[in-house]
Design a binder for this molecule. Sequence first.
Ligand code: 5AD
Ligand code: SF4
Length: 441
Amino acid sequence: MKTFYIETFGCQMNAHDSEKVIGTLIGQGYSQVGTAEEAELVFYNTCSIRDKAEQKVFHRLQQFKKEHGRGKTFAVLGCVAQQEGERIFEKAPHVSLVCGSASYNQLPAMLVQLETGNRRVTGLSLDTEDTFDTPLTRRDNPHRAYITIIEGCDKSCAYCVVPFTRGPERSRTSASVLAEARTLADAGYSEIQLLGQNVNSYRDPSPAGRDFAMLLDNVGRVAGIRRVRFTTSHPRDFRKSIIDAIDSNPALCNHVHLPVQSGSSRVLDAMQRLYTREEYMRRIEWMKAARRPIAITTDVIVGFPGETEADFEATLALLDEVEYDSIFSFKYSRRPNTPALALDDQIPEEEKSRRLTILQEKQRAIQIRRNGAYVGAVEECMVEGFNTATGQWIGRTSQNKTLNFLRPDSSLVSGEDLRGRYVDVRVTRAGPNSLAGECIQ
Ligand code: 5AD
Ligand code: SF4
């Protein structure tokens, strides 16, 4: 039997693509091993969102330069594969397969080409109507499962490689999404995370014609599914019907990730984000007016070309105005093929670092304050793991907060594995990035 090893970089879409690639490989008679050293076929599923992410795969490949010719074959998948294409063969001559995510349907055929001695095999076409649906998906987590609902992206944010690396938008039919959700529920999964580069522009290609809010609601009504999350959203396509669905369907989690990128309408325009600060804030107001306490998280880029001190201060003021539950923040990184490459007025690296530090310190103070307000509250947690070092169970709330908790001593239940269970926990302490408490069941 042929063996393979796979390492994944980047976002949840990539993590889930790897689960599907693993299923496909197993379906073709391969078996997975835990290290690159043991494997005949080594896959890197790569990310090129920022320069650092892209460099990782070349570091990895460098480590194995001498291995080529000793019966080991290297394959580069994902966003770097799509972006760099055949240039990868020049940079790393020991690579034999380069394939972007829009061509994963061709993987079985490409594997056959490799097996029959082809030295260089590529799958780089973005010209597909298809999504990557596999009969077998090897899921990592036994309780929470990803489901792709839409692939690709039709936006053209000036900084972003994704439209080039993942191609145009393709939605799956609602029937196939719902069938997958039912299969997962029957297999014991209770939490589903719907994935897409822009889930809000989901449009059912079948005559049922569901939009994202309808699909979300339908998934939340699948028997056995207790929690549904979704990522990621583009504010331009974010409709109030999504909030109405969350308000009326208890299975939909109290959490929306709505990347803002900048608090300055001028910078948003330069980023080609297609909304102003005011339009973004209207969506935040929908969430704050909801009946349920919806946690709001975001992504921010500092140091986009031409970002002035006043623009940056507008972003800082936005953090105060929204009071996010958490943020992911990044220094702008120049990316190949993107419209922003042509912009003058790049911000020096030290200035980007300075802005990032100020932003993160402000957000840390907001999180300390916000999380502090949970002390005394009882939150339902899905138990994800156990920390042997601290003796605490690791739980996650509907709002996507980590809540570490102790179980009051009871000889009856000691040793019981709580993973995958839902328990009520009283919050007793709060830090900037997590809560701590005691199980009250
Ligand atoms: N530079 C810095 N951050 C970026 N992101 C996307 N492209 C870039 C880039 N060129 C960030 C955005 C996006 C998140 C996934 O990564 O904030 O929402
Ligand atoms: Fe990285 Fe974006 Fe590709 Fe995800 S879609 S792997 S974040 S470049």
